[in-house]
Write a protein that binds this ligand. Structure first.
Ligand code: SF4
Ligand code: SF4
Ligand code: FES
Length: 327
């Protein structure tokens, strides 16, 4: 059993089933966990043993953390101070210990989060990253201090390690580039990519085992890529969309969402979410239908489902057009 599946098992929910007498039988899927006492900003908090600090600190910003993935520690926006620890620690992966004293809002923490948000904001389009605008305001992030954004690049996919050219010093280097629209199902807009690795892990050994995407390049030229930067239809991608499910920035999105945003018609305040069962096969995966103006605009999957953990196949994820074909 891998560390990740052990972690998921620890968080596995309790299942309730009606028994023959009509009563409810509780079937625990994991043994109960001991509680650990810690303090957060001076207040006592109890969390299950083995939890990450994040479980004790609601409201902590996160980007690369995924509730269905092994922590990657890539973004460091979640850092907190732990008494006795020389460095700030990532709340998404550092486990709680009895008596731990955690500080979430010291000047040191605020300074670090501000810098992370400034560096990301100066180089990446965070306009569709949930929470980014609020966090930037809260921590006083000022990405503009690095100068105006540099021109979008059209050759990032061709760059080799060591080929990074120095900027002119007057503009902030960015990952801005044209969106990759090479199929009818989903769009890769890597100008919004913060390189959190979540899509790579979801596509690879953590869930899908398709390995259609990986990290190419080094340093500032590092980017998510298919093999030899092939267009998605020519790559190993099986269009499960499990990478879209975990992407925290909107860099990966349904084509329907991408087109609606471009047309100015995407409006989450007018959308409903209905979780139902995929009808394509007997597995019975849960699908969450996002509906706007009586049309399905994208399909997600509940992360707390103990079987699928937010993952689907191409049929459940993208095979919804026939429902809307009302002739
Ligand atoms: S859609 Fe599925 S197979 Fe394709 S890149 Fe994303 S996770 Fe990998
Ligand atoms: S495309 Fe999304 S999930 Fe993948 S590394 Fe970039 S931000 Fe993360
Ligand atoms: S969310 Fe913790 S390091 Fe990114």
């Amino acid at each position: 059993m891998t560390e990740r599946s052990e972690e998921i098992k620890r968080h596995a929910p309790v299942v309730t089933r009606p028994d023959e007498g009509g009563l409810t039988t509780v079937v625990p899927l994991a043994p109960p966990r001991r509680l650990v006492d810690v303090t957060v900003d001076g207040e006592p908090v109890r969390v299950p043993e083995g939890s990450a600090i994040l479980a004790a600190c609601s409201g902590t910003p996160t980007l690369c953390y995924g509730d269905t993935l092994t922590p990657k520690n890539a973004c460091r926006v979640c850092v907190v101070e732990v008494t006795g620890s020389r460095t700030l620690v990532p709340a998404c992966s550092r486990r709680v210990e009895p008596g731990m004293e955690i500080t979430t809002d010291s000047e040191r923490v605020r300074h670090s989060r501000r810098l992370v948000l400034e560096l990301l904001g100066s180089s990446t389009d965070l306009s569709t990253t949930p929470g980014a605008a609020e966090w930037s305001e809260e921590y006083g992030a000022w990405p503009e201090r690095f100068g105006p954004r540099g021109e979008p690049s059209t050759d990032r996919d061709a760059r080799h390690p060591g080929a990074h050219e120095a900027t002119d010093g007057a503009t902030a280097a960015t990952v801005a580039q044209p969106a990759k629209v090479d199929n009818d199902l989903y769009v890769r807009d890597y100008g919004k990519c913060i390189l959190c690795y979540k899509c790579v892990d979801a596509c690879g050994e953590q869930w899908q085992n398709t390995f259609a995407i990986g990290v190419a390049g080094r340093g500032f030229d590092a980017r998510i890529s298919t093999e030899h930067a092939a267009p998605l239809p020519d790559s190993a991608c099986v269009y499960c969309g499990n990478c879209i499910e975990v992407c925290p920035t909107g860099a990966l999105s349904f084509k329907s969402e991408y087109d609606m945003r471009a047309a100015g018609t995407w409006d989450e305040s007018r959308q409903t979410e209905t979780t139902t069962i995929c009808t394509y096969c007997g597995v019975g995966c849960n699908v969450t239908l996002h509906v706007q103006d009586n049309e399905i605009v994208k399909v997600g999957s509940p992360h707390d489902n103990p079987v699928t953990h937010g993952n689907l196949c191409v049929k459940g994820r993208f095979g919804f057009q026939h429902v809307q074909n009302r002739g």
